[in-house]
Design a protein around this ligand. Sequence first.
Ligand SMILES: Cc1cc2nc3c(=O)[nH]c(=O)nc-3n(C[C@H](O)[C@H](O)[C@H](O)COP(=O)(O)O)c2cc1C
Length: 349
Amino acid sequence: MTEPISQFEERKRDHIALALKKENEALGQTGLAEILLKHEALPELDFKDIEIKTTILGEVRQTPFLVSSMTAGHAASKGINTRIARACAVQGWLMGVGSQRRELFDSEAKDEWRLLRASAPTVKLLGNLGLTQAIYTSTDKIKELVDTLEAIAMIIHLNPLQESLQPEGTPNFRGGLKRLTELSRELSVPVVVKETGCGFSIGTLRKLKETGIAAVDVSGYGGTHWGRIEGQRSGNESVQAEASLSFSNWGVNTRDCLMAAAEVSSNYEVWASGGIRSGLDAAKTVALGAKAIGFAKPMLQAAMVGEDFLLKKMMVIEHEFKTALFCTGCQNPVEFFHKKVWKWQHQTT
Ligand SMILES: Cc1cc2nc3c(=O)[nH]c(=O)nc-3n(C[C@H](O)[C@H](O)[C@H](O)COP(=O)(O)O)c2cc1C
């Protein structure tokens, strides 16, 4: 179950480089373009009174935003992660760390995470591990991952498409539902289940209701696409590369995931990610029921430029989000959700 560290690091480096390529993003496919917010010309509000504080996992947070879990585990990612952690601490965003898988077989990885924590002592971190690892890893070991980070929650990610197209993938999800139920019971922090860009069907969202998990981050189709990325990684001649072509548009878009979650009346929080590229996109997901909103690729791109650039990007997103609330006459996200200020307009092509 272990793999050479050099192979691990190379994969993580490839992932960052390939995720930044435009063709590996399902741009414009989130379905959010068809959600229209209703303009209110007379909002009876002062913009400065718009409040974006939100309760997430039972605690009031400064904003509803998070930087979604992203790769760690090689030299270049340390700088990226530190910049993201520091910016999240300043802006009051949550930060999902990338998969902590390496920590299961390499003791040095623990020190990297400790340094990250030390570089931003006040940031609220979310741990991360793939379900395929969580199935065979003891709860005590997963507790250690939480403790190293002093994480406020543990994210377990689901990525069946990626695992089946990755040459060194581990596509075994047998026993996954039971493991999620155990972890929800046994960990001292809330468990969040997320996809990685292919979303959730209504059937899966229903199954998750029985597990006791605290939140589902839908991470729907419309943004970074791991079928495309792994296809490119595996080399032109490989079976996986050819097979990946049939799956380059695979997934449930972010809008449909959120609508399915509303229909299921989930007993867990619903978070949105997958192709969210602005504060306006984020507002649309809140209108559809999302409590928290995650950004991955845009934050990676900004963090690669520098910390100030990243901070500015976060401020722009917050300003766009507040503008959507203001121009629909709502003072805060709760009012915005309850007022139902949106309509679904099918686009004709
Ligand atoms: C470089 C990179 C690495 C990622 N690594 C992880 C990971 O380790 N764990 C995880 O749950 N998701 C991972 N993701 C998926 C994101 O958290 C997110 O679900 C997905 O990229 C969709 O969001 P986006 O369209 O905003 O990029 C990664 C994404 C990127 C771009």
